[in-house]
Structure formats: C-alpha cells, structure tokens
Design a binder for this molecule. Structure first.
Ligand code: BES
Ligand code: ZN
Ligand code: ZN
Length: 478
C-alpha cells in the first residue's frame, strides 16, 4: 500500500493546499493569503478558542491551525502531533491529497505536526475486498521550514512504525513464526542489517527449553532470529541488545484464555515487531551504533504433545522451571533470549514484551510498565524519551521481597506468582536469567494494541516502541 511521504521544499514552492501552523501572536502573517474579511473573522474566532479554519479556493485552499504552547517542549510537540492528526478530518472532507506546512510561530513544530498527521493517516486495508473505497487520500506532506536531512530521518522512522503496525495487524493465519522470521529477513535486506535465523534443530541444539516447551504443540516450528547492525562508525564498544517477545498467537495453551481475551492475541508479537521496526529506523538512518536484536518466535497453542501445567522444564541457562500456567509463556521464551544475550557482554539489554494483562489493568493503553537493573542515568534517559515520543514509561520496583513468589516446591523457579503484583513477578522471573549486564524490561501489553483509535495512534497495532527506541538510542549513544 502506498504510504504518505514527507518532503522538504523551499518557501513558496508548492501550489497545493497550504496549512498555516500559527498562533494568536502570528496571525498578522496570514494577511498575505486571506482577505480583510477573512482576517477579521479569524481574529474574532481565535479569541473564542476555535483552532481550525478552512478557506476553500478554486486553486490552492488555505487551512489555518492554531497551535498551543504547553509547559514543556515535549508537551507542545505532542499537542502539535494531535493537531496534525485532527486536521485529517478536514483533508478527508475536502479530498485533499497533498499539503504544504508553513510555520508562522516563534517555535517551529512543523515536524511534530507532520508526524501526527502521517501517523494518523495509517491504514491497514490488505484484507478488504475493496480497499480503494476505504482509502483516505493523503499522499504527501511538504514542509517549508524543515531541513532535508531531518525530513528524511522522519520518513524512515515513520516507515519503521508503519512496518511494526503492519506486522502486528497481520493475522496469525498469515503470520506464523517462520513467516515473521521471513519478514524480519526482508526488512534486514531492505534497510541494511544482518540477520541469522535459527530453526528448530538449532534451538534444540542450544537447549532453549523455554522456547521449545511453548512451541511443543505447534504445527509451525519456532524460530530464533539474531539481528545485527554493526557499522564501522559504531560509537559503543559493546553492543546494545534489543529483545522482542514474538508470540505470533497466544491462546494461553492448556491454561486456555477465555475467547474475549484471545481475540486480539495476534498482537502478542508486538515486542518483536517493535525491535524489527527499531532496527529498520536505526539502519535506514545509519546511526553509528552497534545493535543486536534477539527474537524468540513461536505461537502458544493447543495440539498434541503440548506442555502442561505442572511440567518441569530445563531452560537454556540450565535453570529448571515448574510451569504452573502455560499462559505465562512470554517469560519462558524471553528467559532463553536473555541468557543467550550474555555472550555479547552487552552494554545494555532492553526487552519489549506484551507480557502481562496486569500491565493493561494498571495503566490502560496509556503507558509502558517498565522495570529492571539499568542505572539511574539510563532510566532517566528512557523516561525522557518516553515523554519526547509520548510513549511514556512508568517504573515498577524489582524488590527482593517479590522473589518469594517464584519459589517452587520441585524446581529452581515457578513461572507464576500470586495474582498480586503480576507485572513485577513477571519482571522478577526475567531477572533470574540476566547476566552481569543491565536490563530494562518494558511491558508494552497496554499500549501495543488498541481496539479503537486514539488520535494518531490508529486502531489495532500501534507500533509502540519504535519511536521510543529510536529516540533513546540516538540520544544515548550517538
Ligand atoms: N500475552 C499475554 C499478556 C497480554 C494480555 C498481552 C493482554 C496483551 C494484552 C501473556 O502471555 C499472558 O497471558 N499473561 C498472563 C500471565 C499470568 C498467567 C501470570 C496474564 O497476564 O494473564
Ligand atoms: Zn500468555
Ligand atoms: Zn503472551
């Protein structure tokens, strides 16, 4: 599907619909394109807090959007993104497919506005018999005040978010574990990073008991993808490792989910999708950063020979785990990836996973629950990136007192705590499989998937994590 493209153009070079990003202080600048009557109307309406105005013309129409300055630049950027998304209504109404953004405000938020507009214009129409009927018309966004390099960077980032959304939106019938690995390989080829895909035999040889147990009932074999981006310019001596939960469909296994909790479980690979998207964005923009990605991929279904509550399994690390709930499968496959990550002696490991329903209940779809052993500087930087991209993070504690919950009668650990503090016990479980390296574990179960759109976060897969990771990695390591 054709997706919206951003371009940097010189001032006055476009002939299409002009969108003025203005505020009350800069209204005068509009007098070059509006009549005296229109200006009088605009001034009066602006006082009454109307913020969107459309002036149709036979050639180039004019749209004015008043932006508000918030208390921080991150908040102003978010309000510009929301404004960008909001004008999609007018653009659709008037069937406008090409727009030019002209900033008249003192501070320029054209890029954030364009970002919201582009993100909100995303659609996933592959499975409609008549996609053209559903299609919105926005093709290109031209920006007068932006540098070409910044626009190119944003284009690549948007493409990466759209890719992650596409991957989440694809149903299980299309996207099983081998197909997801193939899509990761296509992405690697297209954006310029390396990938190695380990099939079932290799996973068996590595004794990745968590992945093998979860995939025991699967028809399609599990996969373990190793992504690597290592430019000569890399500034970090040791790689940063990104791990993404890739459960292509989570039925819960024998600890079966009720159907209303299962109907959207194609989203359970959103962590893997975010990592693939982040690699695409980093590689496309040639960030000087050594990055490794680990994606354990499988489904969690019922079949013959499935793993069962009460089973004891031996993990890749050698640790034994009593499985008390087969629906707590994410931590089992992530644990094997976390142990595998040790061989890189990474500078930092970040894992992204739709790990617990408790995370959804705690913060809804508004934020990521995160926890880990990363130092304060990393945590602050991640949280800042959360505000800057509005993919916000809230920290949960990994206090040692929670260890009690995972003690098993017959094995080193069990994979289930009490119903209380379930976000944390999932994180605690993961902590057992980390090495010396610092870890930040991001439970994205809430914001990864929306049943209905929330502004520029379109319905179904949101691509959460891609913009956050890109912002963080660029700021922290480049
Ligand atoms: N994939 C689910 C978590 C999930 C819930 C993701 C809602 C997205 C939206 C995960 O594998 C799971 O089922 N977790 C269980 C763990 C429990 C059995 C300890 C849960 O949270 O109910
Ligand atoms: Zn589950
Ligand atoms: Zn799951």
């Amino acid at each position: 599907m054709k997706r919206v493209q951003l371009t940097a153009i010189p001032y006055g070079a476009s002939s299409g619909t002009l969108i003025f990003l203005s505020d009350k202080a800069s209204l005068d600048q509009l007098s070059t394109v509006l009549s005296t009557d229109e200006m009088a109307f605009l001034r009066q309406a602006a006082e009454q807090d109307t913020h969107t105005f459309f002036f149709p013309r036979s050639d180039a129409s004019v749209l004015v959007r008043l932006l508000k300055k918030e208390h921080t630049s991150a908040a102003t950027a978010e309000s510009a993104r929301i404004a960008g998304n909001a004008i999609l209504r007018e653009l659709r109404q008037y069937k406008i497919s090409s727009v030019t953004l002209r900033n008249t405000c003192e501070d320029d938020y054209s890029l954030a506005f364009a970002e919201g507009l582009a993100l909100g214009s995303y659609q996933f129409l592959k499975y409609f018999t008549q996609p053209a009927k559903k299609e919105k018309v926005l093709n290109d966004i031209q920006i007068e005040s932006a540098l070409e390099a910044n626009v190119a960077e944003l284009n690549a980032l948007l493409e990466a978010v759209f890719l992650a959304r596409d991957l989440v939106n694809e149903p299980y019938s299309f996207l099983d574990a081998p197909r997801l690995a193939e899509m990761a390989a296509e992405t690697a080829q297209k954006f310029g990073f390396d990938i190695e895909i380990l099939g079932k035999e290799k996973i068996e040889a590595l004794k990745m008991g968590g992945i093998l147990a979860v995939s025991k009932g699967s028809v399609a074999p599990p996969q373990f993808c190793i992504l690597e981006y290592k430019p000569e310019t890399a500034k970090n001596a040791q790689p940063v490792v990104l791990i993404g939960k890739g459960v292509v469909y989570d039925t819960g296994g024998l600890s079966l989910k009720p159907s209303e909790a299962m109907d959207y479980m194609k989203c359970d690979m959103a962590g893997a999708a975010a990592v693939i998207g982040a690699f695409a964005a980093v590689a496309a923009n040639r960030l000087p950063l050594h990055l490794v990605g680990l994606l354990p991929l499988t489904d969690n279904v019922i079949g013959s020979g499935v793993f069962a509550p009460g089973d004891v399994i031996r993990m890749h690390s050698g640790t034994t785990v009593e499985v008390l709930n087969t629906d707590a499968e994410g931590r089992l496959i992530l644990a094997d990836a976390l142990h595998y990550a040790k061989k890189y002696t990474p500078e930092l490991v970040l894992d992204l996973a739709t790990l617990t329903g408790a995370a959804v209940r705690a913060l809804g779809t508004q934020a990521i629950c995160y926890m880990g052993t990363a130092p304060k500087t990393i945590k602050t930087s991640l949280e800042d990136s959360g505000w800057e991209t509005y993919e916000r993070l809230v920290e949960f504690p990994l206090w040692k007192e929670f260890d009690e919950e995972l003690k098993s009668n017959i094995a080193d650990l069990k994979n289930l705590g009490t119903p209380n503090a379930a976000i944390i016990t999932a994180g605690k479980f993961l902590e057992h499989f980390t090495g010396e390296y610092p870890l930040s574990h991001l439970d994205i179960a809430g914001p990864a998937y929306l049943r209905t759109a929330n502004g520029y976060r379109t319905k179904e897969g949101t691509g959460v994590g891609v913009r956050l990771l890109y912002n963080f990695l660029k700021k922290q390591y480049v």
